[in-house]
Design a protein around this ligand. Sequence first.
Ligand code: SF4
Length: 340
Amino acid sequence: MKNIYGITRESLENYFLEIGEKKFKALQVFEWLYQKEEANPDNWSNIKKEIRDKIKSDFSFSVPKIIRRERDTLTRKYLFQLSDQNYIEAVVMYHDYGISLCVSSQVGCNMGCAFCESGRLKKVRNLETFEMVSQILLIESDIKMRISSVVIMGIGEPLDNFRNVMNFINIINDAKGLAIGIRHITLSTSGIVPKIYDLMNMDIQINLAISLHAPNDEIRNRLMKVNKVYNISQLITAIRDYIAHTNRRVTIEYVMLKEINDSEDCALELANLLKGMNIYVNLIPYNETNHINLSKSDAKTISNFCAALKSKGINVTIRKEFGSKISAACGQLRSKEVEK
Ligand code: SF4
C-alpha cells in the first residue's frame, strides 16, 4: 500500500480521476496534509466521508518515530526509527536567516567516504519518499516552527536514490505541499557524474553542492571511492556543463582534514582547478569521530587556506561549526544506536 506522504500532487490527481472524482480533491488533500498538517482524515471537513474512507483504505498514513533528540545552542539532532527498525537521522540548524534541516536519503551509504560515519556502516536500503517528507513534518511539529530550507546532505547519496529524491523535492516544493522554495533546497552529491547530468536535465533550480574535498585525484582517491569511477576531470566537466545548462552557481564542499588536504599547495591547486567557474567553496571544519582516524585542521590552517583561495579570486567561506558536541557528524547518532 502506498504511503500518502510519498505521493506527488499530480499522482494524487490521477488517483482521484481513476476513482471517478474531480482532480481538485488532490489540492484539498495536500492542504490538509501539508499546510494545516492535519494527519487524521476524519478531520478533513471539506471532503466527503465516502472519499475520506476510500483514502484511508487505499493509503498508509504511517510515519517514522522520533526516538532520540540531542540539542545544543544552534542545533537539534533527531534519531528516527523506521517501520523495519532501521534508523536514520536529521539535523536542524538555527541560522540568522531561518531554520534549515539536513535530511537523510538512504539508510547507510555505499559511497564509503573515508571521513564519514554513514559510509562506514554501508547502505541498507533507499529511503522511500514518505520517509524523507516525514522527517520535515515530524520535526516541524516537534519544534512548532516551519523549516525554511532543506539540505539533502544527511545519511546517504541522494543521486543513488534518484526517483524517490526527485519526488521528495516535488512534494516539499509544491505550493500546496510544504511550499519550500526551490532555491531553498540543496542537494549534495559525492559526484556520481551520469546522475549529475540526469539532474541537470530535470531543469529544476535547486542548489547543487558537490563534495569535492581534494584538489587532485591522488588525494581524492584516498578519501572518496567514487573518484576511482568518476575522477576529478570528469567531475569538473560535469559541473561546468551543469552550470552552463542551469545558469546556477554550484557549491563546492571541502572538508578540512589535518595534513591530508589542508596545505597551501592544496589551496593553490584547488584555486587553479576551479578558476573561472561560477562556484562557491564551502570549507568545512571536520567533525571528528571515535571510529575514524582523521583529525580536523586547526583554525589557523583553515583561515590560511581560505585566504589563499580568496587571493586567487575564488568565492569562499568557512562553514560555521554546528553541533560538534552532539554527534552532529553525518551518521554519528545512528551508528551509536546500531552498535548498541
Ligand atoms: S559523505 Fe555522504 S556520500 Fe560519502 S559515505 Fe558519507 S553519506 Fe555517503
